[in-house]
Design a protein around this ligand. Structure first.
Ligand SMILES: Cc1cc2nc3c(=O)[nH]c(=O)nc-3n(C[C@H](O)[C@H](O)[C@H](O)COP(=O)(O)OP(=O)(O)OC[C@H]3O[C@@H](n4cnc5c(N)ncnc54)[C@H](O)[C@@H]3O)c2cc1C
Length: 444
């Protein structure tokens, strides 16, 4: 704990609900909670909610970061007894019913863990150090800077091997993030980069999409996978399925098959694991997620709930828990928000039931795939319209919806991606490329 600061949460006679995380789960929970009945304290490491499905567009210069984020302090400023603290929750003490932060300890009557997930590198520390994950806005901005910087260096290097490596990009994991990023990069390569860097030959820029399973978009239908792969290959993305990354040294990606790929930029979207709080009993955690019952209550606890990506609720429909998608978090948050008072009053409550509204992924302009309820599968322009509509509808706030809409119309008409500034939020000491660029800038 740091001396001289404290949480400054007013005392209350109402039950106190502490929420960890203002993502899709936390946000929808607060929307539905009867705030007259509870005091609500939300903690988040960031002071904004991130609309993660569009992070890839920030990373590929299509959208500015603030158009996909919403401040957590004022989103509920009209709600009574709602308090936001920009703090990481460090641990929970289930017996004492308190949580710990650097600014002190806070007691709770109900604790909701909505802390989401983080990139899973499966213990590969080199990949973790040298690749680019895409889970947060700073990470998306860092990747954007990297993507622009490599071409700056490629334009001035006299070493052909380095030039080739700088222009190659490897994306690991062909779920929606990998597929959408690959498509966006292919469009940048076709429409934007040749104008920015006329000295570079972009027919030599390779985009690799590496996937361990036998198809891209493995969580979607066979139809969606086939269509997406076809579109990606038409856009000259090199798709490698049944391929596992074994290692990466910052220059060369090694596949388990023995094959190697030279790439200065590796984007890691090959899996996530729950962002789990210290202090929970180990037997309530399985495969990196917190086990909950059908009311979202953490197994073996009273008054602690987990929702969204971090939670695993086993059911006959989902024996390994629900998929880590926004709809699950939204529906769990809404369910708990509507029912927490009933739990408090010990009234009967129906179990949580997930309604699968379908899955979508876009590959580029007029190209998307959609698995919709009723076993309906569509692709191409109609799926793209559905994708556009759904993403605008779920963005937080009218301003963001408008900003994103205007950006998309602009890009559609001009074939331009206007946010190509290099603004590195951080350069790691082990990031040789970042150091090289820092040197280049100094020489200027
Ligand atoms: C690049 C990307 C693309 C995606 N695309 C799609 C898509 O197209 N469709 C789809 O349905 N889903 C998509 N997802 C998944 C979807 O975004 C997640 O399922 C959803 O965000 C989960 O919501 P959540 O509330 O559980 O967690 P999150 O939205 O991740 O929110 C968790 C919050 O908790 C905070 N937090 C974590 N630990 C602490 C702590 N100790 N103290 C304080 N705060 C903490 C974090 O800062 C964060 O704000 C995508 C995810 C990513 C990363």
């Amino acid at each position: 704990m740091i001396a001289g600061i404290s949480l400054n949460i007013p005392d209350t006679t109402k039950p106190r609900v502490v929420i960890i995380g203002g993502g899709f789960g936390g946000l929808n929970l607060v929307k539905k909670l009867p705030l007259k009945e509870f005091q609500v304290v939300m903690f988040d490491k960031h002071n904004y909610h991130t609309f993660q499905p569009l992070l890839y567009q920030v990373a590929t210069a299509g959208l500015q970061p603030d158009s996909i984020a919403g401040p957590l302090r004022n989103v509920f400023s009209d709600k009574p007894d709602y308090h936001f603290r920009l703090l990481k929750v460090l641990s929970v003490n289930c017996a004492a019913k308190t949580i710990e932060t650097v600014a002190g300890t806070l007691s709770y009557d109900y604790l909701i863990i909505a802390s989401g997930s983080r990139a899973n590198f499966f213990g590969n520390t080199d990949v973790q150090k040298l690749s680019f994950p895409l889970k947060t806005i700073p990470e998306a901005l860092n990747l954007r800077s990297q993507l622009m910087q490599v071409f700056e260096i490629a334009g001035i290097t006299n070493d052909p091997a380095q030039k080739a490596r700088l222009m190659n990009i490897a994306l690991v994991g062909a779920g929606p993030t990998g597929v959408e990023t690959a498509g966006a990069l292919a469009e940048l390569r076709k429409y934007v980069l040749p104008k920015d860097y006329p000295d570079l030959d972009f027919t030599k820029m390779n985009i690799y999409l590496i996937e361990g399973s036998s198809r891209v978009l493995p969580s979607m239908s066979e139809y969606a996978s086939t269509k997406a792969k076809k579109s990606l290959e038409k856009m000259k993305v090199i798709v490698k399925t049944n391929s596992f990354v074994d290692g990466y040294d910052g220059k060369t990606v090694r596949l388990k098959s023995g094959e190697t790929i030279e790439a200065q930029t590796v984007v890691w979207s090959a899996g996530v694991t729950g962002d789990i709080l210290a202090g929970l009993a180990l037997d309530s955690i399985e495969h990196g997620r917190i086990l909950v019952d059908h009311h979202c209550e953490v197994l073996g606890t009273k008054g602690i709930y987990a929702i969204g990506d971090v939670a695993s609720m086993e059911s006959s429909d989902y024996p390994n828990g629900h998929p880590g998608v926004a709809q699950v978090a939204i529906q769990m948050g809404t369910y708990l928000g509507k029912n927490l008072l009933n739990f408090h009053l010990r009234l009967p409550v129906n179990p949580f039931k997930y309604f699968d509204k379908g899955s979508l992924a876009t590959i580029g302009r007029n190209k998307a795939v959609a698995d919709l309820p009723g076993n309906l599968h569509i692709a191409g322009r109609p799926a793209w319209y559905v994708w556009l509509f759904i993403h605008i509808a779920y963005l937080i706030g009218f301003r963001n919806k408008l900003l994103v809409f205007i950006n998309w119309i602009w890009s559609y008409i001009t074939y331009d991606q206007g946010n190509r500034l290099i603004i590195r939020p951080f350069i790691r000491k082990d990031d040789k490329l970042g150091q090289e660029i820092a040197l280049t800038n100094e020489l200027e």
